[in-house]
Design a protein around this ligand. Structure first.
Ligand SMILES: [Fe+2]
Length: 355
């Protein structure tokens, strides 16, 4: 059994209907809505047609670094200090959406974020939550997790739970019009990578396959080399991201995400650019897809960063390896139960060195 988003509103201008989406949950005068907005919008908040009322609370989410259990706990403490909120609206990219999901869960479940990192640890539904993505690709709008770094435990793990799934989504491709080309490509490729990993795995599922295949078709159209950021392509990518996120909710990722998580954990590289850096050297694990990925980057004039792991110490390689091999489910999905034999410390170090 798995849960998916109950309702969504899709199309240019959809965000103008957010008030209607909140109806029945936070439409009385005293009902307080918590808006968690990516700090990127701090100086252009007026351009977003959000129905913020005097009683509501709007907090900016600092997305300079990926969400941590500490950053989530700090936001929750600020919200708990005031009146209760009836709904949480996350407006931003994957980091902001994941933060909104985590905050919503914590407001009703109590405790701290680290208590719920794992599978099915959230006890009761969170506060009614709405996701409004402003960049497409991470699938955070669809998934049943919210990824957070836990630096104390050296762990990157989310609250995997049906309760983490957004109650509503507002998918408005107008909101992604101002995303810079590099970020648009790197984030969009997160979807491509989710899908090739899902389809390349051992734990297949007809629903996940169907979502992945269609999302890949859309990605191939969007990144074929015509204007990837045209209005039509922005809408296609928004749908692809949602489908890709739905796919991995029903299956698992593969080799790319564990390596990418290693880069994020040890070198603080952001998820989407880290994925692309890894994908660029995946010839032995995903040969056809690696070539296709490079073609799509070239066609859109995107340069993938290189040399990230040059000159690292043995301890750093060990830390990278530890933060990679910990992702048992995706690695077993991609390489089988004996994944530790395939991916020894030396083998992983070789892969990191190629980045
Ligand atoms: Fe991802």
């Amino acid at each position: 059994m798995t849960k998916t988003v109950g309702e969504y509103l899709l199309g240019a201008g959809a965000v103008g209907h957010l008030g209607r989406v909140l109806a029945g949950h936070a439409d009385s005068p005293g009902d307080r809505v918590l808006y968690l907005v990516d700090h990127f919008f701090e100086d252009k908040i007026r351009a977003l047609p959000l129905p913020v009322k005097a009683a509501d609370m709007l907090l900016y989410v600092d997305t300079t670094d990926e969400p941590t259990t500490e950053s989530v706990d700090a936001l929750v403490a600020t919200v708990r200090a005031g009146q209760p909120v009836k709904a949480v609206v996350g407006v931003g990219g994957g980091s902001t959406l994941d933060t909104a999901k985590a905050v919503s869960n914590l407001l009703t479940n109590g405790g701290v974020a680290a208590d719920y990192q794992g599978w099915d640890l959230v006890r009761v539904p969170g506060v009614f939550k709405v996701g409004v993505p402003t960049v497409s690709g991470t699938g955070a709008e669809a998934s049943r997790t919210c990824v957070m770094m836990n630096h104390g435990k050296k762990l990157k793990l989310g609250m995997n739970s049906d309760y983490t799934v957004f109650d509503r989504l507002v998918l408005d491709p107008e909101l992604t019009a101002s995303v810079p080309a590099n970020q648009f490509f790197f984030t969009g490729m997160d979807t491509y990578i989710h899908c090739i990993e899902s389809l390349g795995g051992r734990y297949r599922h007809a629903f996940a396959d169907a979502c992945s295949e269609q999302a890949l078709r859309l990605c191939r159209q969007v990144f074929s080399g015509t204007d990837m950021r045209s209005a039509e392509n922005r809408e296609k990518l928004m749908v692809a991201s949602f489908l890709g996120g739905s796919a991995i909710g029903n299956s698992y990722v593969g080799v790319v995400h564990p390596f990418s998580a290693g880069l994020s954990m040890v070198l603080h590289t952001h998820h989407c650019v880290a994925n692309c850096i890894v994908m660029n050297v995946m010839d032995e694990f995903y040969p056809r897809e690696t070539e296709e990925f490079r073609r799509m980057a070239d066609a859109n004039g995107i340069r993938i960063p290189r040399g990230l792991c040059r000159g690292l110490s043995d301890e750093q390689y060990r830390a990278l390896y530890d933060a990679t091999i910990i992702h048992v489910k995706p690695l077993a999905n991609a390489l089988g139960e004996g994944f530790r034999d395939v991916l020894s410390l030396n083998k992983a170090a070789e892969v990191f060195q190629r980045m």
